[in-house]
Design a protein around this ligand. Sequence first.
Ligand SMILES: CCCCCCCC/C=C\CC(=O)SCCNC(=O)CCNC(=O)[C@H](O)C(C)(C)COP(=O)(O)OP(=O)(O)OC[C@H]1O[C@@H](n2cnc3c(N)ncnc32)[C@H](O)[C@@H]1OP(=O)(O)O
Length: 292
Amino acid sequence: MAVVFRTCKSLSKNAIFTRGISSSLRLHSQKPPTPPEPLVNVDVDDKSGVAVVTLNRPPVNSLNTPLLSELKNIIKGLEDNKSRGMILTSSSETVFSAGLDLMEMYNAPKDKLSAFWTTLQSTWLALYRSSFPTVAAINGHAPAGGCLLSLSCEYRVMVGPKFSIGLNETQLGIVAPPWFVICMRDVLGHRQTEMALTSGRMFSAPEALKLGLIDAMVTNKAEAITEAQKFIAQFAKIPPLARKLTKESVRQEGIKYMEDNMIDDLQMFMDLVTQEKIQKGIGLYLASLKKK
Ligand SMILES: CCCCCCCC/C=C\CC(=O)SCCNC(=O)CCNC(=O)[C@H](O)C(C)(C)COP(=O)(O)OP(=O)(O)OC[C@H]1O[C@@H](n2cnc3c(N)ncnc32)[C@H](O)[C@@H]1OP(=O)(O)O
């Protein structure tokens, strides 16, 4: 595996200047501070050209604005490099992603809230319409936004049986936006989507497999990556342009929805999330998570 690019910020300087008694500038050497871990890692296999993109925001990979921006930049980088495929996974042993970072939606100033949602919209669109094959190697729980990321990929392999996946928004008193619904309907069909979303049900990996919410269940992350690689390998002989245009055509409803409704969708989000009772609900839910 070779690392092609990383999204680290530039390294901090390893020296500081201080003003001494004589007012002259002196240089003190200082150990370079360790650069922050990237929120998303990417490794591209030299042979296959397939990228393993790993969410890396402990403890639960909750999706905040910086993580989503990094993910979007990585997807764009893969797009520019005519990637052969992408496998999305997590550095956590138990959580793929806990979904949207509730802290981004709780008591947040309007400008931050708006930046958060528009970053989510554009990251989702980049992933959903990506030209290269995408697989979610779901190696842990994947509620709400974690499920959305998985649904936006073309194939889902999940480690089971103990992890769960689903769009649980109604359980939190919030509403999954239409593009979340489209993603679920793409995979499950109308009837099962209605049943799953209205109840906000989370599915165990075996239940998800039976329903078709995931495509394969394996026992560990290494197997999930192998299965994902196998799925991507089948496209080696398919002309990439034909594949890309076909994917766009199949996913046209979701792509068009987002392109045509970005501003209305943002407004709906802002109107809903800033309501006092929704804020109260998010606060209580956060407190219940912390009390566990
Ligand atoms: C029409 C337009 C309208 C638009 C409306 C808005 C639509 C919003 C759409 C999407 C919704 C979301 O994605 S909301 C997020 C929903 N996510 C969840 O419900 C998952 C919550 N988390 C869990 O169930 C569990 O954490 C876990 C199963 C994922 C992992 O369990 P584990 O035991 O391993 O970890 P902890 O529960 O102890 O958590 C550790 C730590 O992380 C904090 N945490 C967990 N999840 C989140 C989160 N989503 N956001 C922020 N913080 C989170 C948790 O509180 C713990 O914090 P402390 O260490 O401080 O205690």
